[in-house]
Structures are given as C-alpha cells and as structure tokens.
Design a protein around this ligand. Structure first.
Ligand code: LLP
Length: 442
C-alpha cells in the first residue's frame, strides 16, 4: 500500500483560493463556493446554456491582444485563428487592430464573413488545396506563406500574390513532438541544408522565377507551447542570416520577417508561462544586432500568437454524471475527449475544481474522466472534495485555445457551445451542436 493510499488527502491542499495565473483574471471565488466568471455566476451560466460549455472572457481576450500590440508596436501581431475561429472572436481581433493567420478556406470564410481586412490576413499550410489558394486570392489576402515547390508552381499559375517562404530554422522549441515545427525531419518549411533537395535556395529561385509572385520575406514557426524566449532569439538570428544569404546570392533584399507564434501558457499550477515583455525586448535587441552587424535593413516583423491570446481567457464547465470509487476514484463528467482531446494527444495536464457549492469535506486525489468509450478519455488527475456527487459542477481553466477548434463529435456527442461573457452579461457565440445537426450529416 502506498503512502497516498494510506493517507488519501496527502498532497491535497485546501481549495479556498484560485491558483493565480491559471484562471481568467476576472474569475473570483465567492463565500458560497460560487465561481464568478467575468461577474457572472457559473452555476447560472450552466443552467442557462447547459453543460459542458466553453466560457470566454471577452475583455481578457481584447486586453491580451492589446498587450501584444503594446509590447511590439512596430510589428504586425497576427492572431492565429486555428486557436479559436468564430465570427465574434475574429471581429474582436479586427477591432483591436490585429492581423490574422489563417490556414484554410474555412478560416478565410469566417474572416470574410466579418469583413476582416483582407490585406491583414496571412495564409499558411504545408498542403494548401486549390480551394484554399483560390479562396485566398479571391478575398485578396495580404500574404501567402509558401511551403512546397509544388505550391509555388500552383500559386504562380493562379494569380499575382505577395508571398513569404517558410523556413525550417533548425531551432528546437523544447515542446511536445507533435507540436515541434522548427527542426529537420518534420513536414513544415524549407530546409537550410545544402544536401536536402527541396531546400530554401531552391524555393527562393522557384519563387523568383514566377513573374506573378512577389517575394517579400521569410517565415518560421518553431513550435507551440514554447516557454523559452532564448529559442525565439536564436530563430531570429538564424532568420537574419538567411535574409542576408538571399540578398548575397540573389540580389533581393527581403523586408518581411515573420517569426510565428507558439508562446506558452500555464495549464496547471506553477507551469512555465511566457515572458511577453522579455520576448519583445530580447527579440528587438537580437534583430537590431544581427541586422546592423551584417549591414542589413531592419525587417518589418510579424508574429502569430494564438494560444496566448485566447487560451487563458477561457474555462470549461462540466456536470458530474457519475462517481466511481474503486482502486481509484473516477469522477465522470458529461464531456471529455470530444471537447478536450489535448490530454490524449499531447499528454497535456489540466486542473479542475468543484464550483457552485461550498464544502468542508476533505480533498482526495481523483481522476476526472469523460463519457467517451475509451480508457484514454481522461481530463485531469486532481484533488476534489470527498463528498463530490452526481449533479455537481466542475470547472477546468485555460480552455480558450485549441478546445473549441479541436472538438469532435466522437460517439455522436454534440460539440459544446461557446459563451462569451463581459461585465456579467453572457452571449452565445457558438451554439451547441444538436442531434438534428448530427443527423443532417449521417
Ligand atoms: N503560426 C503558425 C504557422 C502555426 O502553425 C501556429 C500553430 C501558430 C502560429 C500559433 O501557435 P500558438 O501561438 O497558438 O501556439 N493543437 C495544438 C497546437 C497546434 C499549433 C499549430 N500551429 C495544441 O492544442 O497544443
């Protein structure tokens, strides 16, 4: 028998506070155990919109966008819409003066639906379909980031366009393999290595040979959930080297440098977060130094944060469906891997807390699981009050990014709604997926 089995509450601290930095800034805990989310009681939101439900603090999303623009006023800050792509969110981004990173005709369609300024849109993707390219050209997006020789040929034949070339800078973001994109041996970008067939030099030559394409710069994205600022400094230095190489070899001075996104956010207590001001400062110094020492003009910078803008502004609310006390206690909720596949995909860790009532019961380690037909359908290993029971509400923080956008209707469970909250007022931004929706397709 282990020590934690003998003393079940070992390592479980009292839950009388919200872990700082983990919950949206305007989330507070009431005396009665109620969680106020942007001034709205979560149990009321759960009753009104049902569970599971994604809640999003609009003011925090806007403030974070502003913080990015303030930290790097000289740069284009492009929200990576793959993190959360809805009309409302893209409207907020347009209003906050952000640019937009898209990666499909679908994301362009949402941007178009809200009149997102086309010149502020970038299109990405390692395998853009003809439909993606046509949608981008039709809407007149500002820049397309090219990622294969085939694509260069296809786009060149389709129409005139300003383009960047995606480079694999050989920088490791020190993150999960599935979201590492800056190193050799993964599918994104053109290699810097001379012994690789489709390398950056060939890509530059291929673009310059297409009269309809205007090469304005280079792009890289080293990965996602990257907390180390030095990795971005390193990427910036290497990218300036490539800009210089292109100038020396081809006689073209590229003015655009896009360093991608990937800035980490904490999902559990004491997890590393990203130092935005340190990043801005160190990036500026690195670029200024590299450029001046090589006599290269300072390029116009673009960055593409997604997760950091929306992730920490969101929470998910679930209702407990069953509590099973076996060798381990399982708390099963009415959602799971269909609304949050991140634990299963990336081994991501989350926390969860009881909301809506107060209890003095001791807290013990439990596993919060979903309702799907797989043992891997686990949401979090956490400490919860011993008297947890059917009908209780659980809230999981930091679910604003890559939850709604990664959601599926596995087991034909409808996808949850997304509810925007501002000053205590809730608005349904995306409605719940109904059986009627599901039946329309199968
Ligand atoms: N720019 C490019 C070219 C990207 O591929 C990505 C993310 C971003 C920007 C934004 O990265 P962010 O700042 O959001 O980390 N589903 C995974 C994340 C995949 C990210 C893919 N690309 C997850 O849930 O962790």
């Amino acid at each position: 028998m282990t020590l934690s089995e003998l003393l079940p509450s070992l390592g479980c601290e009292a839950a009388d506070h919200l872990e700082p930095g983990l919950w949206p800034r305007r989330t507070t805990l009431g005396e009665d155990g109620e969680l106020l989310f942007a001034d709205a009681p979560v149990s009321h939101l759960a009753a009104r919109f049902g569970t599971p439900a994604y809640l999003l603090d609009e003011a925090q999303v806007r403030e974070t966008a502003r913080a990015y623009r303030r930290a790097l006023p000289e740069a284009d800050v492009a929200f990576a819409s793959k993190a959360l792509c809805t009309r409302a969110v893209l409207r907020w981004m347009a209003e906050e003066g952000m640019s937009l990173d898209t990666c499909s005709a679908g994301e362009i369609a949402v941007a178009r639906a809200v009149g997102f300024p086309a010149e502020r849109i970038l299109l990405h993707g390692n395998a853009k379909t003809p439909e993606d390219l046509k949608a981008a050209l039709q809407y007149g997006v500002g820049r397309i980031v090219l990622d294969s020789l085939d694509e260069i040929e296809q786009l060149g034949a389709l129409g005139s366009q300003r383009v960047l070339i995606r480079v694999t800078p050989g920088v490791n973001g020190d993150t999960h393999a599935a979201i590492t994109t800056g190193t050799e041996g993964q599918k994104f970008g053109f290699s810097l290595r001379a012994d690789v067939r489709d390398n950056v030099d060939r890509a530059v030559a291929a673009v310059l040979a297409q009269p309809s394409l205007e090469l304005t710069g280079l792009h890289c994205h080293i990965g996602s959930q990257v907390s180390r600022v030095d990795r971005y400094e390193e990427a910036a230095r290497r990218m300036v080297e490539v800009l210089v190489r292109v100038r020396d070899q081809y006689g073209v001075t590229l003015r655009d440098l896009d360093l991608g996104g990937g800035h980490a956010v904490p999902y559990v207590d004491r997890e590393a977060s990203f130092d935005l001001d340190g990043y801005a400062r160190r990036l500026r110094v690195a670029l200024a130094y590299e450029c001046s020492s090589r006599d290269f003009p300072l390029p116009h910078l673009t960055i593409e944060p997604g997760r950091a803008i929306v992730g920490p502004a969101g929470i998910t609310v679930y209702r407990v469906c069953a509590v099973k006390r076996g060798a381990r206690t399982f708390v099963a909720v009415d959602g799971g891997m269909s609304d949050n596949p991140r634990p299963a995909l990336y081994g991501a860790r989350y926390t969860a807390r009881l909301v809506g009532r107060r209890t003095k019961a001791a807290r013990t380690p439990m596993t919060v699981v979903g309702r799907h037909c797989e043992s891997g359908d686990v949401l979090a290993d956490v400490c919860l009050p011993d008297d947890i029971h059917v009908g209780d509400l659980l809230a999981v923080p930091c679910t604003g990014a890559y939850h709604h956008s990664l959601a599926s209707n596995y087991n034909l469970v409808g996808r949850p709604p997304l509810v925007g909250v501002r000053d205590g007022h809730a608005t349904l931004l995306v409605r719940r997926e109904t059986e009627e929706d599901l039946l329309r397709r199968c």
